[in-house]
Design a protein around this ligand. Structure first.
Ligand code: FE
Ligand code: FE
Ligand code: ZN
Length: 276
């Protein structure tokens, strides 16, 4: 199954996102668990989730991606921000227990001057304390571009976090094509080499989702500015290789490109066209 879709607004719930996905020609989607810049998330409707759990598999919708708001930072320097992030993430995972076939993706965090080692330790400690590995929903660290003090731009950093979590069998990684390219991994010139490095350092069995974004910037720029597919420095030939690669092709692919819904529909069709 080719699971492909785009980031949608949660506002009307799971059934609305599932129907919108089908209208856009997709078979998967992503949503923020709360306002992207806030911690407070509303309760979800149990009835809506129950309907969605039946509707999605019956209508060709594969794995959905629940994305943590950007503001969460498990390795913030301030205790209160770390605690808010911890509580919000744990609450997200508790709410997701009712939802079938979904993964939870979060940005590992920014160490804000404390250093990468300290950031890694704080993130792993938080995941241990919330028992992130005990939830039904796989918890994914997103590979980052390395903007500012972001942790998780190097595969070694992702591996170090995973290693420090005791119950880590249900933890994984989401590769964002713009992030890894901006992070210095040449997925355009040497996709096989990048995936071999990922396998050696993290393990390909940990890879659970792909964010499909072109990049406004060049390899290794550490910028994180997403671009429409084919209009950036990654380009369509690389996306053709990505959606067909044997190590990736069964994963959910999700667009986070600067588009309105019609643009997303076009890009979903483009990715379907690239699929062999
Ligand atoms: Fe993200
Ligand atoms: Fe992303
Ligand atoms: Zn990004």
């Amino acid at each position: 199954m080719f699971t492909v879709g785009c980031h949608l607004s949660f506002s009307k719930g799971f059934m609305a996102m599932a129907k919108q996905t089908l209208e856009l020609g997709g078979s998967g989607f992503q949503f923020f668990t709360a306002n992207p810049r806030g911690y407070a998330s509303k309760e979800w409707s149990a009835k809506d989730i129950e309907a969605y759990n039946a509707f999605a598999p019956a209508n060709g919708i594969g794995t959905a991606i629940a994305h943590a708001p950007y503001v969460y930072n498990l390795c913030a320097a301030k205790d209160d921000i770390r605690q808010l992030s911890f509580d919000a993430m744990k609450s997200d995972l508790q709410k997701l227990e009712a939802v079938d076939n979904v993964v939870y993706n979060f940005h590992p965090g920014s160490h804000v001057g404390q250093g990468t080692e300290a950031g890694i330790a704080l993130i792993a400690d938080a995941l241990n304390r919330m028992e992130a590995g005990a939830f039904k929903t796989p918890v994914l660290l997103e590979a980052m571009a390395g903007k500012g003090s972001e942790v998780g731009a190097r595969f070694e950093e992702l591996a170090a976090i995973l290693e420090k979590v005791e119950n880590n069998a249900n933890l994984g990684v989401c590769l964002d094509t713009c992030h890894v390219f901006d992070g210095g991994y040449d997925i355009v010139g040497d996709l096989d080499g990048v995936l071999a490095a990922f396998d050696r350092i993290v393990g390909l069995d940990r890879l659970k989702a792909v964010h499909v974004n072109d990049s406004k910037n060049v390899l290794g720029s550490h910028k994180d500015r997403h671009e429409k597919l084919g209009e950036g420095n990654i380009g369509l030939a690389a996306f053709a290789a990505i959606v067909n690669h044997p190590a990736l092709r069964e994963l959910p692919f999700c667009l986070e490109t600067p588009n309105e819904l019609d643009g997303y529909a076009k890009e979903i069709a483009m990715l379907r066209g690239l699929r062999q």
